[in-house]
Design a protein. Structure first.
Length: 373
């Protein structure tokens, strides 16, 4: 059965559920009663045949309280890493205890951005998730903030949840938030209207999102949730934003049909959905208007269409593709280093060998290693 509404989520067979810091940790302490009610919802989903993966924030908030660090542990990178080191232990114990009351085994899985950006490590993570689910465990995933840097990290667990869903082959993601879902304007404004169903994450949809996180504890916001929806969409995964502040938030949302559900309008191949979900391009290739038209028609990117190269990168790196007005076209794996790209910028293939000293490759970014959007 296709998932078209919040209530339809009850039919999903494999679900990733993301819980933010502001829901799980309140005044430095675990929201234990709320967590117990949430776990009862999870137990009900499992009884209905669903496999559950949890993506849980909260390590930094829990650790900061125990270490008495200022600004919730986010005053500096060193504070955040120290808080996470302590908080990860507390968070694992919290989930193990809550799930253990229902004879469920929690499995902690800490990942970094590189674990899901690198294709081999991504497949290893996918295999681990699959084996844990086969064994009946409930994976509890979090970014490994004790080693992540400001430059190399997901930065929010919304996008992490979508990437985990891709790796796990899930058919649904639930993002528990402190609002009912996506509104057509800031929800505190008069006449703000909840959007119950979104088919495709377009630039117009993204424009509805305000910046930042209202709680001050998390690092995400509505924009991060829409980016997560776009990642999920590439793999044909339905994503929902629901209000997590109620007791039994999942059961309540499904009963009332309250939230925003993002219906995927595309489904890339497994490799292309991984490529489209990657978050850390090393450079930007800007192309001319003629090249934009060719790319939109499914062509590879050729050196003749290049007009600007930004960044330093090697062959095989992830690069963003932009049009002449700065509009983002997509991203892909480049066949040349940044120095080589600069050497052949704007050149037709016949002229490239003289410049490079060797026969050029067929494309700067081949269409098989490129995704749009």
């Amino acid at each position: 059965m296709a998932i078209g509404t919040i209530s339809d989520l009850a039919t999903a067979r494999r679900i990733v559920i993301k819980i933010g810091s502001a829901l799980l940790v309140r005044s430095g302490e675990p929201a234990s009663e709320w967590l117990d009610a949430l776990v009862q919802d999870i137990v009900a989903l499992r009884a209905n045949g669903a496999e559950i993966i949890i993506v849980s924030s909260g390590a930094i908030a829990l650790g900061a309280a125990r270490l008495d660090l200022p600004k919730g542990g986010r005053a500096s990178l060193a504070d955040a890493q120290a808080a996470a080191s302590v908080g990860q232990v507390a968070l694992a114990q919290l989930w193990a205890g809550a799930l253990g009351k229902h004879d469920l085994t929690a499995a902690q899985m800490l990942v970094t951005l590189d674990d899901l950006e690198d294709r081999r490590r991504y497949l290893n993570a996918a295999a681990t998730l699959e084996r844990l689910l086969e064994a009946g465990a409930v994976p509890v995933v979090n970014e490994n903030d004790s080693v992540a840097t400001e430059e190399i990290r997901f930065g929010d667990n919304d996008r992490l949840a979508a990437r985990v869903a891709q790796a796990a082959g899930a058919d649904a993601v639930m993002l528990l938030s402190d609002v009912d879902g996506l509104y057509d304007r800031p929800p505190e404004e008069d006449r703000a209207k909840l959007i119950e169903r979104v088919e495709g994450v377009t630039p117009e949809v993204i424009a509805m999102a305000g910046a930042g996180s209202s709680s001050g504890l998390g690092s995400g916001g509505m924009r991060a949730k829409l980016q997560a929806a776009r990642i999920a969409e590439r793999a044909g995964i339905t994503l929902a934003i629901i209000n997590g502040t109620d007791s039994h938030p999942i059961a309540s949302s499904m009963k009332n049909g309250l939230g925003t559900v993002f219906i995927p309008v595309r489904a890339d191949s497994a490799r292309k959905s991984w490529l489209g979900g990657r978050l850390a391009p090393e450079g930007v290739l800007t192309v001319d208007a003629g090249c934009v038209e060719a790319l939109e028609g499914g062509a590879s990117l050729l050196a003749a269409g290049l007009i600007e190269i930004e960044g330093e990168f090697q062959r095989g790196a992830l690069v963003s593709l932009h049009g002449p007005k700065g509009q983002r076209l997509g991203q892909g794996l480049v066949e040349y280093s940044s120095d080589e790209c600069r050497a052949i910028i704007g050149l037709k293939q016949d002229d490239q060998e003289a410049k490079l000293g060797y026969a050029p490759r067929a494309a700067v970014v081949h269409r098989d290693h490129m995704v749009s959007g």
